[in-house]
Design a protein around this ligand. Structure first.
Ligand code: NAD
Length: 499
């Protein structure tokens, strides 16, 4: 019998009111059933929101440093259980253990960072325009927040939201992605073990179209943080807009790595291999386009194709695996669709382009959702494979003649999450920093590698102006309260001529 997992409402594990469940399977071996999870309903969201509201009334009064202490203990437990957590994550979403360990480490870093923010939620004092009057402003919590997450960073993304949101005094209704529900349960178990009171984080598993929608429509959920595709994010924004909820959207990307003619090509090669094929290309910051200066184009393509052909596909639990499976059948079909589009558009496939079959070590690739690392050359900026997010191990190579053209190509997509340029010319690097339209720019480094204490997020269709990470996330998870203290003993009227 597969293990039956449950929702968490007010500290108690419980089934959905529907009594129905969905399956969680290993993408590297879909015959392996990891467990079943509740297929929840709007009524379950109602109960979770009520629990979160009750918990909020006392949680908001706990001193922030004390709230931070719970996160510090959470981080300590995560350190102890890092390998175990990584294994759970690799089993349910496929990326190699080195990467899931990194995903857990990002959660640990966020826990320790947010723990200290409990002592640093600084306010701002300014002089009053009137005598004998003091002006203060400080951050206060919002209330019950909704959290809707994707599967590709099943630990980091929930922690980027839960930890700062909690230390700021909010409580949560959390809907994890259907493909990574177990990681969410373990994370919240750890929070409770660290001392988080019942009801501060409630988990409701299930489909976006029911649970996700119910979160965006619930009147007691005042803020919603969503990470996922731009298509879904637009629906979330519309739903939240009807009730003027705060909404933080972290959405799709079509990130590019630029390599100029003076670049260290070996370094650039390592960067693109990691950026394009790490997490099987399923990172929001994955390198989906490689923009090569014409002078080094042919050499770089040759070296890249040779190196990418050596990447070993397999089960992420095996130490020999470089590239795991894609998340599910739907996503693999989407990749197949885009590869066909690329061929039809006239791009040249120089590597891969097929579903991966056969055996890799002890893994039978036919039992998982594996797809070969794929490279297209001769891609032009107007092709769909140059513009649309594919979210798989498919790299589109474009040619440029100058820095200006490279930046123009970089900026020609609707997205703007991450970007990278390899050059030894400091002037070119600085112009790229200034002119690239993206929330994140790396110089001589891959498009991936965000650190927990820096703002994270994108411009254009990738985001809506908010940032996760670092100090910036507190702008989303708090409201400002302005306080005027008049100790003059008389009515002083601001802006009015008092003479
Ligand atoms: P998705 O949009 O399909 O789903 C994301 C979450 O939204 C899931 O939990 C899903 O159940 C839920 N959802 C679906 N429909 C909903 C609705 N109508 N209302 C409310 N919630 C709903 O995305 P995915 O396939 O899980 O993740 C891949 C996408 O996420 C890619 O586009 C990737 O670029 C993006 N992503 C972005 C970032 C970032 O920080 N910018 C990080 C990771 C992933």
């Amino acid at each position: 019998m597969p293990q039956q997992f449950q929702n968490l409402i007010h500290g108690l594990w419980c089934d959905s009111s529907s009594g129905q469940t969905f399956e969680n399977r290993n993408p590297a071996n879909w015959k392996e059933l990891l467990g079943t999870f509740p297929l929840s309903t709007k009524e379950d969201v109602d109960r979770a929101a009520a629990a979160a509201l009750t918990a909020y009334r006392s949680w908001r009064l706990v001193p922030a440093p004390e709230r931070g202490d719970i996160l510090r203990r959470t981080g300590e437990i995560m350190v102890r259980r890092k390998d175990e957590l990584a294994e759970i994550m690799t089993r349910e979403m496929g990326k190699p253990l080195t990467e899931t360990r990194g995903d857990v480490q990002e959660g640990i870093d966020t826990a320790f960072y947010c723990a200290t923010e409990g002592r640093r939620l600084f306010g701002i004092n300014t002089p009053s325009e009137l005598r004998n009057k003091l002006n203060l402003s400080f951050r206060v919590p919002i209330g019950v927040c909704g959290l809707i997450t994707p599967w590709n960073f099943p630990m980091a993304i929930p922690t980027w939201n839960l930890f700062p949101g909690l230390v700021a005094g909010n409580t949560f209704v959390f809907k994890p992605a259907e493909d990574t529900p177990q990681t969410a349960n373990v994370l919240v178990e750890i929070l409770m073990e660290a001392g988080l009171p019942a009801g501060c984080v409630n988990i409701v598993h299930g489909a976006g179209s029911t649970v996700g929608v119910a979160i965006t429509e619930h009147p007691d959920i005042l803020a919603v943080s969503f990470t996922g595709s731009t298509e879904t994010g637009r629906i979330v924004a519309q739903n939240c807009g009807k009730q003027t909820k705060h909404v933080c959207l972290e959405m799709g990307g079509k990130n590019a790595q630029i390599v100029m003619n003076d670049a260290d090509l070996e370094l650039a090669l390592e960067g693109v291999l990691w950026g394009a094929f790490g997490t099987t290309g399923q990172r929001c910051t994955a390198t989906s386009r490689l923009i090569l200066h014409e002078a080094i184009h042919d050499e770089m393509v040759e070296r890249l194709t040779k190196a990418a052909a050596k990447l070993r596909l397999g089960n992420g639990l095996h130490s020999t695996t470089d590239v795991g499976p894609v998340i599910n059948e739907k996503q693999r079909k989407n990749i197949e669709k885009y590869v066909k589009i690329g061929k039809d558009e006239g791009a040249k496939r120089v590597l891969g382009g097929e579903v991966a079959g056969g055996r890799a070590g002890s893994t039978d690739l036919r039992d998982g959702w594996f797809y070969q690392p794929t490279i297209f050359t001769g891609v032009t900026p107007t092709m769909r494979i140059a513009k649309e997010e594919i979210f798989g191990p498919v790299l589109s190579v474009l040619k440029c003649r100058s820095l200006e053209e490279a930046i123009e190509i970089n900026n020609s997509v609707i997205y703007g999450l991450s970007s990278s340029i390899y050059t030894r010319d400091v002037n070119a690097a600085m112009r790229a920093v200034r002119d690239i339209e993206a929330g994140i720019t790396y110089i001589n480094s891959a498009t991936i590698g965000a650190e927990a204490h820096m703002p994270f997020g994108g411009v254009k269709a990738t985001g809506n102006g908010h940032r996760e990470g670092g100090w910036a996330v507190f702008d989303f998870y708090t409201e400002w309260k302005s306080v005027y203290i008049d100790y003059s003993g008389k009515l002083q009227r601001a802006q009015i001529d008092n003479s």
